[in-house]
Design a protein around this ligand. Structure first.
Ligand SMILES: *[C@@H]1O[C@H](CO)[C@@H](O)[C@H](O)[C@H]1NC(C)=O
Ligand SMILES: *[C@@H]1O[C@H](CO)[C@@H](O)[C@H](O)[C@H]1NC(C)=O
Length: 483
């Protein structure tokens, strides 16, 4: 989020004391109202649905976490917040669990993430474009493995399971003086009894000097210890002669074929361990790693669901990637070429949160009563919200392509309803009833509705057509003449 960083510099910084372990810094940018607010300056000119305010919830030597809070319509709670995690090279986000489920998207860099999945510890290596789900209450850590590269992650923070304390609440498992581990909340007597250690031994782990939740960390040690562990595991299996590592053979009986199969699986397991807990061929198929935790899903490996000369779009639902169904969240990615427009459309089943990854665009949003709710320019780092049912469109600026990524509040297949264009509902419903609904003849309506030959994403840089009074000159020229 380069642009976000720049903005941070000009932001008014306010120090807040957070409840128990973090010093939180809240930044304000722009003049947006918290949670969308009620204030509105002149209908379509406001930025009501651009979420201007980001809070710095973690600030450490090794990186930061900022959260942009979503808001609900009609007094309902926000379905999700959007988080931005930035980690410097060679850093570790120490083990913690949250009161919110996350869907992480690797915007830039590479990471290794480990978490508890159904009582097992699993690990995945993540690269740019990967998506992965971490359940609320599941302890996880994250390591920036990119060589000299910053790690940037954008995530949805599902609020449905949250305690309602801040945008989300961390419970650190690791920790020391800052942040402190949740373990530190117990009496020392309780801990020494529970751990069966002496007070001194207990102090060695609780008195550690951790400098914030994101710390500098050399990954090499971890790789070496994993290598060692894998080798030991491998040796042990051979010694025991038992190859029923994992539950590969649970239904079918022994047999030589099965033994061979097991051997192969174990070897794969071994290699998988070496490679950081996943198969080297994960991109080829949907096959899951032997630990049964889902692999990451790479958005950039997917063919666009829609594509034409003016841009493309990808929409990921639970049918494509099952973990999205757990918290009922969809993921999408859209790229518009310079000057292209995503035609006016409606999301009938979900509210959409968008994060601008590159370029700039104008977003038009319309109220149910047919007035403009917003017409705002957004650029890299901006977060916007499109309420369910509200018609909207995006027009990329002429200066370059516009790319945005986001989350929707439904994991079911979202069928956007286009109001305009070759695949629009106006086209599909074109007939005497629709014409009567506009108070025109069918022929008159047809002339307007069928003029656009393209669908979904179209060129918008042609100058607006002006009709009547014998005038056919472009709007731009006319305006200049007026001045
Ligand atoms: C507690 O630790 C002692 C050694 O320090 C050991 O002998 C004992 O078995 C341990 N008890 C339990 C229940 O693990
Ligand atoms: C349309 O609806 C919006 C939002 O409810 C409201 O703020 C606005 O005043 C309405 N405009 C008209 C002309 O009724």
């Amino acid at each position: 989020m380069g642009a976000m960083g720049d903005r941070t510099a000009v932001m008014l910084l306010m120090l807040l004391l957070s409840s128990w372990c973090l010093t939180a810094v809240t930044g304000y940018r722009g003049r947006g109202a918290r949670g969308g607010g009620e204030e509105e300056e002149g209908g379509g000119s406001g930025r009501r649905f651009v979420l201007e305010e980001s809070e710095e919830v973690v600030k450490a030597e090794g990186g930061e976490v900022r959260v942009v809070r979503g808001f609900g319509i009609g007094g309902r709670p926000a379905p999700m917040h959007i988080g931005f995690i930035t980690m410097e090279p060679k850093t570790l986000f120490i083990p913690q669990y949250l009161d919110s489920s996350l869907i992480l998207f690797v915007h830039r860099g590479e990471a290794r993430i480990g978490w508890i999945y159904e009582d097992n510890m699993v690990e995945r290596r993540l690269k740019m474009g990967d998506i992965i789900h971490i359940a609320a209450g599941s302890t996880f850590y994250m390591v920036n493995t990119g060589k000299g590269q910053r790690l940037q992650i954008i995530c949805s923070i599902d609020t449905s399971e949250s305690l309602g304390l801040g945008p989300y609440q961390s419970f650190f498992i690791g920790g020391g003086t800052y942040p402190s581990s949740v373990l530190a909340g117990f009496d020392i007597e309780t801990l020494t009894a529970a751990f069966n250690v002496t007070t001194e031994e207990m102090d060695t782990i609780l008195g550690a000097r951790i400098r914030g939740p994101i710390i500098f960390y050399s990954d090499r040690a971890a790789d070496q210890s994993r290598l060692l562990a894998s080798c030991m595991q491998w040796k042990q299996l051979h010694k025991k002669g038992s190859l029923d590592f994992n539950d590969v053979a649970d239904d079918e009986g022994g047999g030589e074929v099965q033994q061979e199969e097991n051997k192969r699986w174990t070897l794969r397991n071994f290699l998988a361990n070496l490679l950081g807990g996943q198969f080297y061929d994960r991109r080829k198929g949907k096959k899951q790693s032997p630990d049964h935790a889902p692999d990451a899903y790479n958005l950039y490996d997917r063919d666009p669901d829609f594509r034409n000369n003016h841009g493309w779009s990808i929409a990921l639902d639970e049918g494509n990637y099952a973990p999205l169904g757990i918290n009922d969240i969809g993921v999408y990615l859209v790229k518009l070429t310079a000057g292209s427009m995503m035609l006016p459309h409606v999301n009938p089943t979900a509210t959409e949160y968008g994060i601008v990854l590159g370029g700039s665009a104008i977003i038009h949003l319309v109220y149910p009563n047919g007035t403009a709710a917003m017409k705002a320019e957004v650029s890299e780092g901006d977060v916007f919200m499109i309420p369910r049912y509200f018609p909207f469109c995006q027009i990329a600026s002429l200066s370059g392509p516009f790319e945005f990524f986001g989350f929707t509040t439904s994991a079911r297949r979202n069928r956007p309803q286009f109001l305009v264009g070759a695949s629009s509902i106006l086209r599909t419903m074109l007939g005497p009833e629709l014409a009567a609904g506009f108070g025109v003849t069918e022929e008159e309506l047809r002339k307007v509705v069928e003029a656009q030959k393209d669908a979904v994403i179209v060129a918008s840089w042609t100058l607006p057509k002006i009709r009547g009074k014998g005038e056919d000159e472009p709007l731009l020229i006319r305006r200049m003449a007026d001045v």
